[in-house]
Design a protein around this ligand. Structure first.
Ligand SMILES: Nc1ncnc2c1ncn2[C@@H]1O[C@H](COP(=O)(O)OP(=O)(O)OP(=O)(O)O)[C@@H](O)[C@H]1O
Ligand SMILES: [Mg+2]
Length: 715
């Protein structure tokens, strides 16, 4: 099918063929279109190969929906990074008058401004939080696209996505749903749930050869064999070298961050990839990409040598630079953890999966899922880059060869199962349901469950006791009330649902606050945040235990309540929560990032994301504390200050300076120490005065003064 034959607006056809260079539809895309993909009454589930153009087809639908002015379109992605990438793609359609908003921030807002847009690009969680505010624009939504819908199977994210879809079906019954994934073992079950036309296809635009490497040879699934020259002391380097020598690029998935860094270092030392002007350019960008000089230097020197690693410990900016450098060919090989896998388009000709097992604290080594392997493999051979792609698993023995071939390469992706029926997930989602749709009788609750994937695929009888237990928990803790057989959210329950906290976080908060004898210290407050079930906790190594125990003595008087009051089940968990609180304390007291990175074994990306989570909890608890009776108002004030300090990682005295664009925690402190303590001080300064401060040069000094003058209304 030609792009011209598409049942879409002419302006869109022209744009797609001229700017995107897309002239013909891929066969699975064509099949979907023939079955009515652009018909707004019909739901679709696309379960077609990686790189077969699912996301692109959905993009056309979202834009077309906007052009027809039928309503508001929403695109949901599992990852913020993927959402940002999609958002950039959508900016192209501004030429047609399509306005796209990227909505990622704050979970406690209705974001009324979104009404002015045509397409909203966001994550599952943000969308779920938006629904809880029942924004005015909700009824305008007529199309929701859910990318990577296999995430329904994820312990954490799955329940969010599942209840989000179920609620959407109740709130906007006429909405068109489109789900997409390359890796679903039971597509018919999902299609039944979504009431969707199912498109299944194994066609791929760029052939993907999958094979197992053993003794210098790759044995491919099509029977081909490829000799790989032995040059180095490890097969990974040989596999990478082989691809690079043939002008290709490689992506290697490994099981840990440390492994990614080690392999990148070794590759830089051994492979001798020639330095290019482009590599120098990106290397320079990375030199100032975070406040952690050692990391910047490492990334920068690796990229110069055409190599890099990629994991969630890096900042968003660093990851974006690395991905772009790879796209532009400046980097020839990336060693990555699984965070890079789903949905991304990168020019990898060869994907190597080093380890098909992964260490998990609970069960020791476990095999990765077929879904995961297929997602890794699917990053190879993307249209527009290579003529073919290769995915290679590494075998350690002859028996491994057969096992890997059967298990992963010929294996079918696992069945997707609902993860909604856990107490933890239901606590939040049942409360949200009652707060948004209540008053709700038992029939209403059942109606909701009938709309979930769980309810569509299995009987609810066995789970009645689970959700009844949760309803009891919610009413015993004053989040909901039973009024003549109908559940209503209390004022507290409404707030908790809106601020998107786990109700259990609020129960812990209430418990601990009661135990406060004197006023809470900063540390005491951070401890409360760190023990809440919404906060991830830091891993404690054996050798750290003793030191943490002695610190416990130091802070003992500042910690409200006991371990039991916070429902902490074990001593190990307690120490790990304590470590998290200590990290947050260092962060808001301006300990240099380099030191935090070393002391807590975190990357700058982790620091940002942990601080962001803590900030969100502080924000939620601030609102909750205003609702609770018998609580001193100082508490809300304290939480508000802590919230801001967590956001920027600063002490209180320099908060004002952070309003100036380009001023972060380090610069603000330097300005303050040099005597510039308010925005007004800076507005009155001269460039030569500011230039005396470390890290402030000609251009920046002028810009800071301009910004400050603007803020105080002087220009
Ligand atoms: N009909 C087409 N002609 C040419 N290129 C296309 C066509 N459809 C999609 N593409 C391009 O192919 C690449 C892969 O498409 P897309 O990302 O939509 O695949 P996908 O099915 O969503 O893959 P994944 O399962 O990995 O998310 C993109 O660069 C996209 O722009
Ligand atoms: Mg995709």
């Amino acid at each position: 099918m030609d792009v011209n034959e598409l049942p879409i607006s002419d302006s869109l056809k022209t744009l797609v063929s001229t700017e995107k260079g897309i002239k013909k539809l891929f066969p699975p895309q064509e099949e979907a279109i023939k079955k009515g993909f652009f018909d707004l009454q019909k739901n679709f589930l696309l379960v077609t190969q990686t790189a077969s153009g699912k996301t692109l087809l959905a993009e056309l639908l979202l834009v077309e929906n906007s052009l027809r002015k039928k309503g508001l379109s929403v695109y949901l992605s599992p990852l913020k990074a993927l959402a940002s990438e999609k958002y950039r793609d959508f900016l192209l359609y501004e030429k047609l008058g399509v306005k796209t908003a990227l909505s990622l921030g704050d979970y406690d807002k209705a974001d009324a401004y979104l009404e002015q847009y045509d397409v909203i690009v966001t994550t599952y969680e943000k969308m779920d939080s938006l629904l809880r505010h029942k924004p005015k624009w909700l009824s305008k939504i007529n199309l929701v696209v859910i990318d990577e819908i296999h995430f329904v199977d994820d312990e954490e994210r799955g329940p969010v996505l599942e209840s989000l879809i179920a609620k959407l079906k109740l709130l906007v019954p006429s909405v068109k749903l489109v789900g997409m994934s390359a890796t679903i073992g039971n597509p018919r079950d999902l299609a039944k749930w979504l009431d969707a036309e199912l498109i299944i296809s194994s066609w791929r635009p760029v052939p993907l050869k999958q094979g197992v490497f053993y003794k210098h040879k790759i044995i491919f699934d099509n029977g081909e064999e490829l000799q790989v020259k032995k040059v180095f002391d490890h097969p990974i380097f040989d596999l990478v070298f082989d691809t690079i020598s043939d002008n290709g690029q490689a992506l290697v998935f490994v099981h840990s961050r440390k492994r990614a860094v080690d392999l990148a270092n070794a590759t830089a030392a051994k492979l001798g990839i020639k330095e290019s002007a482009e590599a120098r350019y990106y290397s320079q960008l990375l030199l100032e990409s975070s406040d952690v000089p050692l990391l910047n230097n490492l990334l920068s020197s690796l990229v110069r040598k055409g190599v890099c690693f990629h994991h969630a410990g890096l900042t968003h900016e660093q990851r974006t630079i690395i991905e772009e450098a790879f796209r532009k060919g400046a980097i020839k090989v990336i060693y990555a953890t699984p965070t890079l896998a789903a949905g991304v388009n990168l020019p990898a000709r060869r994907v190597v999966v080093e380890d098909y097992r992964r260490y998990s604290g609970i069960v020791g080594y476990e095999e990765i899922k077929v879904i995961e392997y297929k997602q890794f493999a699917g990053r190879a051979g993307r249209p527009g880059y290579d003529e073919f792609g290769e995915a290679v698993l590494i075998a350690r023995s002859q028996t491994d060869v057969k096992l890997l071939m059967e298990r992963f390469i010929q294996g079918e992706p696992e069945k997707i199962e609902s993860k909604l029926m856990s107490i933890k997930a239901l606590r939040s989602h049942l409360l949200a349901l009652i707060a948004t749709l209540g008053p709700l009788g038992m029939d209403g609750v059942k109606e909701f469950f009938k709309n979930t994937f769980h309810g569509k695929t299995s009987s609810l009888i066995g789970f009645k006791s689970t959700y009844e237990k949760v309803l009891d928990f919610l009413s015993n803790n004053d989040f909901i009330e039973d009024r003549n057989g109908r559940y209503t959210a209390t004022k507290l329950g409404k707030i908790v649902s809106e601020v998107y906290l786990d109700p259990m976080t609020v129960v812990v908060f209430r418990n601990l606050i009661k135990k406060v004898t004197r006023r809470l210290s900063d540390f005491g407050m951070l401890y409360i945040i760190a023990v809440s079930p919404d906060m991830p906790s830091l891993l404690v190594r054996r050798r750290e235990e003793e030191q943490l125990e002695s610190l416990l003595d130091v802070y003992y008087n500042e910690i409200p309540g006991t371990m039991d009051d916070a429902y902490i089940p074990s001593w190990e968990e307690y120490l790990s929560r304590l470590k998290t609180a200590l990290f947050l304390y260092d962060w808001i007291n301006e300990k240099p990032e380099q030191e935090i990175v070393e002391k807590y074994d975190l990357g700058p990306g982790d620091i940002r994301s942990l601080a962001e989570t803590a900030e969100w909890i502080a924000h939620g608890l601030k609102k909750v504390s205003l609702m609770l009776e018998g609580i001193d108002s100082y508490l809300a004030q304290k939480l508000e200050t802590i919230e801001i300090r967590l956001r920027y990682g600063v002490k209180e005295d320099i908060i004002e300076l952070l309003a100036i664009p380009g001023v972060g925690r380090v610069r603000a402190r330097r300005l303050y120490l040099a005597g510039f303590r308010t925005i007004e001080d800076i507005a009155k300064a001269t460039p030569s005065q500011l230039k005396k401060i470390e890290g402030i040069g000609d251009a920046l000094s002028v810009r800071l003064i301009e910004e400050a003058r603007r803020l105080v209304g002087l220009s």
